[in-house]
Design a protein around this ligand. Structure first.
Ligand code: 5AD
Ligand code: SF4
Length: 440
């Protein structure tokens, strides 16, 4: 019995798919990738709905399975995660795609094993979106992990920020932070197991422990506690919200070698009126001040971002403010998006701007950022960085990341995967760095 999991969306989902794999392995399934036939008996779609493009891609993949199900009626098809949780989506899924066997919302994934067994033993289909408070799936268990030397660790779930364009608070619910002792325990076990990189996950890690009485610490205190765990490893975290990234957190990142000098700090827009309409809770001046603070004590800190164009009401001047701020900050790299209407969010009811304008702006934005990324990478030439080798890229070549999150490729083989090496950068090409190992 084999399983296949199709994962869409963010790192949170990548980690959740590891939890899903653990649930399926618990009832006797194995990864189809490891089977000779590369065949599967159950396929789980762990979905995303952050933008319409993500949804359309998933729906088209689900549609393609209709034929497969006809040939193999015993194939189990399960849809879980953010898209299933969206208002009205379950009805659409079950009506338009009757070959789906199981639909579970974001807080019901822990029921997957039970649903699969019910289907196999009693032909009972489960379509369940239950909003009531439930324990997070499998929290604290020894997961089946699939990210090599990196291990993901949730420190919190959900989001309370309600940025006006964003569906996440509706599908992931209110903020819930795990306790410090739970997190420290999980991270310590992972380090003892030999994981070399721990990535702390949360929609807005900086608001971790907003109720310190429950968690035992806020984010700065959690980071400091984790940073003091001994071992040959490093710790990352994502995502930071500019409004909540305070000086204490910045100082702690600077203080400890175990903490990566790397911050993903989504800016979204460079225009104050658009930031206000987005309910982001900061101005461009505030954002620039945060960047200045980071760079003052960590000049080499990698700062990356998310930028959106075409939010309702965005004028040419607003867009130029975005171009201006990205030149000003000079991010290492950026994820760029066209605003996508999400039903049920505040911005969905505002007058929308034409697609042609959005499309023209994203092209200008990408062109500008590509240039900035190239310059930022070029500044690394001639310098040495400590790289954690992640994988074999091609015959005789491995790749990994610097502390600041830059991708580096150099000569090496399988034996280097999961190890740290000092690499002298000789050449760069857009966001990619190339170099050679320096002997110690
Ligand atoms: N349209 C386009 N991009 C979006 N994001 C979130 N919601 C939307 C939307 N409706 C982007 C933001 C966020 C990233 C994860 O996805 O830039 O930081
Ligand atoms: Fe969405 Fe804003 Fe929450 Fe990020 S902080 S998940 S963009 S609502």
């Amino acid at each position: 019995m084999n399983y296949k999991i199709n994962t869409y969306g963010c790192q949170m989902n990548v980690h959740e798919s590891e939890k899903i794999a653990s649930i399926l392995r618990g009832i006797g399934y194995t990864d189809y990738e490891n089977s000779n036939e590369k065949d599967y008996d159950i396929i789980v779609f762990n979905t995303c709905c952050i933008r319409d493009t993500a949804e359309q891609k998933i729906l088209s993949h689900i549609g393609e399975l209709k034929h497969e199900k006809k040939l193999n009626p015993n194939l189990i098809i399960a849809i879980v995660g953010c898209m299933s949780q969206q208002d009205g989506k379950m009805q659409l899924l079950t009506e338009k795609y009757p070959h789906i066997d199981i639909v579970l919302g974001t807080s019901n994934i822990d029921m997957l094993a039970e649903c699969v067994l019910n289907l196999k033993q009693s032909k009972i289909h489960t379509y369940l979106i239950d909003d009531s408070e439930r324990p997070e799936i499998n929290e604290g268990k020894n997961y089946y992990r699939t990210s090599g030397a990196n291990a993901w660790v949730n420190i919190m779930y959900g989001c309370d920020n309600f940025c006006t364009y964003c569906i996440v608070p509706y599908v992931r619910g209110r903020e819930r932070s795990r306790t410090v002792s739970d997190i420290v325990c999980e991270v310590t076990v992972l380090i003892n197991q030999g994981y070399k990189e721990i990535t702390l996950l949360g929609q807005n890690v900086n608001s971790y422990g907003s109720d310190k009485k429950v968690t035992g610490a806020d984010f700065a205190e959690l980071l400091e506690t984790l940073a003091q765990i001994k071992g040959n490893h490093r710790i990352r975290f994502m995502t930071s919200h500019p409004k909540d990234l305070n000086s204490r957190v910045i100082e702690i990142i600077a203080k400890y070698d175990t903490l990566c000098k790397s911050i993903h700090l989504p800016i979204q827009s460079g225009s104050n009126s658009i930031l206000k309409a987005m309910n982001r809770g900061y101005t461009r001046e505030y954002y620039l001040n945060v960047v200045t603070k980071i760079r003052a004590i960590m000049p080499e800190c990698g700062i990356t971002t998310d930028i959106m164009v075409g939010f309702p009401g965005e004028t040419e001047t607003d867009f130029e403010d975005t171009l201006d701020i990205i030149r000003n900050v000079a991010f290492n790299s950026a994820f760029t998006y066209i605003y996508s209407v999400r039903k049920g969010t505040v911005a969905a009811s505002l007058p929308q701007i034409p697609y042609a304008i959005k499309s023209e702006r994203i092209q200008r934005l990408i062109k500008e950022q590509n240039l900035l990324t190239k310059i930022s990478s070029k500044a690394c030439e001639g310098k040495t960085y400590r790289v954690l080798v992640e994988s074999v890229k091609s015959v005789g070549k491995v790749s990994g990341r610097t502390d600041a999150g830059r991708l580096v490729t150099f000569d090496g083989g399988e034996d280097l995967v999961g190890q740290f090496r000092n690499v002298l950068i000789s050449k760069t090409q857009s966001a990619s760095l190339f170099g050679t190992i320096e002997e110690n």
